[in-house]
Write a protein that binds this ligand. Structure first.
Ligand code: ARG
Length: 481
């Protein structure tokens, strides 16, 4: 049988090789191979049940498709470059295996709904993997938070010393950011989890197909509502590109902080030798290259989001070949994100926290100034007035080269008569931290509560991901029965 395009009938001349090369999507859509065959299995079982094709032909197609899956698993399925995409490759192999009956598989569907279905199936698994990777990082951060509920460090605003916090509080801030990223991916998963198969080229089909049946067999929540929307829609791709970008943004902030923290100026952490690099000329160097690359690669992840928005902007309905360009950007962005998440997990799980340096740093920069103002408030002074008094005290300290803790009671009294000996206890950084018992605050009671919430969220997601993976696995097994 000559290997021609599926659509060659209408053409007098064969297409030029350069046309094939330019239009082929094989380099990317071979990634969809498994899902393409699963989609075909669901489709042919439906064609059989709805009596659209003869039972015997359907059975032979099913057997042929099963053989193809085995070949793919064994690595013996040969991709023919002269066939423009994975759908064509599967159909040709099927016909090779079972003869002309293979040609009945494409009844009542089109590559337009096929590829939209395949990509959604591929992305479901990719999203679940991404969520697991995020949760792995969260797990590493939670471990640090658990160990450092009493490790006091400066909290910053505008990169200036602001108020003392614990390392637990700082790590938990990232835990909640990444938890939202994970749940954002799962929200997008739910919106994406509808099946376009049976939308055919654009307008639906004249055959009495059962779209509920194929959707169910492929593990979708149901079929999509509108055939033209189904073949022209790629907003699930753009949405996931956004989910990835936002996660990458969070990673880039964390990477930036780790770069700063490992510098001589901060010295808050030391990265493990295994996850750092050296310099070819400066023997003393230990460079935070992993963190820098994570920070840098965020660019390409966001680039994919912009690509998707530009790719789909202004496209008329319904299918246009432009849509073929949707896969590479998202696949690449998810791959980059996975590796960044993995390396970040390793980096934080192995770094050494230098508590002494953190504490030393917290003693500078009048980080307990707000607490001195709060102290005056407890003695009856309005906060606004207290703010002014403490401001003058800070100015005085700067002139004298002192910090607030080292002022004598006499010097304190010079600013307000309300100040007594108990001020020293009150403005001790440990007490400053422990008094912040408001919900979400940095005290140990508040961070313990945050830890509990974070762990519950994480465990819930882990269960969702496990159940969904098991469920999809059971769908594939059923289709292959
Ligand atoms: N390779 C195409 C894609 O990824 C598959 C659909 C082809 N449809 C068509 N009408 N040429 O979008």
């Amino acid at each position: 049988m000559s290997k021609q395009a599926l659509w060659s009938g209408r053409f007098e001349e064969e297409m030029d090789n350069s046309t094939l090369e330019f239009t082929s999507s094989l380099d990317i859509d071979t990634m969809l191979s498994f899902y393409d065959v699963m989609g075909s299995l669901a489709h042919v079982r439906m064609l059989k049940k709805c009596n659209i094709i003869p039972s015997e032909d359907a059975d032979r197609i099913i057997e042929g498709l099963k053989t193809i899956v085995s070949e793919m698993e064994e690595g013996t399925f040969e991709i023919d470059d002269s066939l423009e995409d994975i759908h064509t490759n599967v159909e040709f192999r099927l016909t090779d295996l079972i003869g002309p009956a293979g040609g009945k598989l494409h009844t009542g569907r089109s590559r337009n709904d096929q590829v939209a279905t395949d990509f959604r199936m591929y992305l479901r698994t990719a999203v679940l993997d991404e969520v697991s990777m995020i949760d792995k990082l969260i797990d590493s951060l939670i471990t640090i938070a658990k160990d450092h509920g009493e490790t006091i460090m400066p909290g910053f605003t505008h990169m200036q010393h602001a108020q003392p916090v614990t390392l637990a509080q700082h790590m938990l801030a990232y835990v909640f950011k990444f938890s939202r990223d994970a749940s954002r991916f799962l929200d997008a998963f739910d919106r994406m989890n509808l099946c376009p198969l049976g939308s055919a080229a654009l307008a639906g089909t004249t055959y009495p197909i059962d779209r509920q049946m194929t959707a169910k067999a492929l593990g979708f929540d149901g079929p999509t509502e509108n055939s033209m929307d189904s073949v022209s829609d790629r907003d699930f791709v753009t949405e996931l590109a956004f989910c990835a970008s936002l996660t990458a943004n969070h990673l880039s902030s964390m990477a930036e902080e780790l770069v700063l923290w490992s510098s001589q100026e901060f010295g808050f952490i030391e990265m493990d030798d295994r996850y750092t690099t050296g310099s070819s000329i400066m023997p003393q160097k230990k460079n935070p290259d992993i963190a820098e690359l994570i920070r840098g690669r965020t660019g390409s992840v966001t680039g994919s989001l912009v690509t998707m928005l530009m790719l789909t902007k202004g496209l008329p309905l319904s299918y246009n070949r432009d849509l073929q360009e949707d896969k590479a950007p998202l696949m690449m962005s998810l791959e980059t994100l996975s590796s960044c998440l993995e390396m970040m997990s390793k980096l934080v799980a192995t770094m050494t926290v230098k508590k002494d340096r953190m504490l030393k740093s917290v003693k500078s920069g009048f980080i307990n100034a707000t607490d001195l103002a709060d102290y005056l408030v407890t003695k009856g002074m309005p906060f606004r007035e207290a703010h002014g008094v403490v401001g003058s005290a800070v100015r005085y300290c700067i002139e004298k080269g002192k910090d607030l803790d080292s002022l004598t009671l006499e010097e304190f009294k010079g600013f307000s008569d309300l100040i007594e000996n108990d001020v020293y206890q009150f403005i001790d950084v440990k007490n400053c931290v422990e008094r912040r018992i408001s919900m979400g605050g940095t005290s140990s009671t508040s961070t313990d509560y945050q830890l509990m919430t974070a762990i519950q969220g994480y465990m819930g997601r882990e269960e969702t991901v496990r159940q969904m993976n098991d469920f999809l696995e059971s769908c594939w097994n059923e289709l292959l029965e």
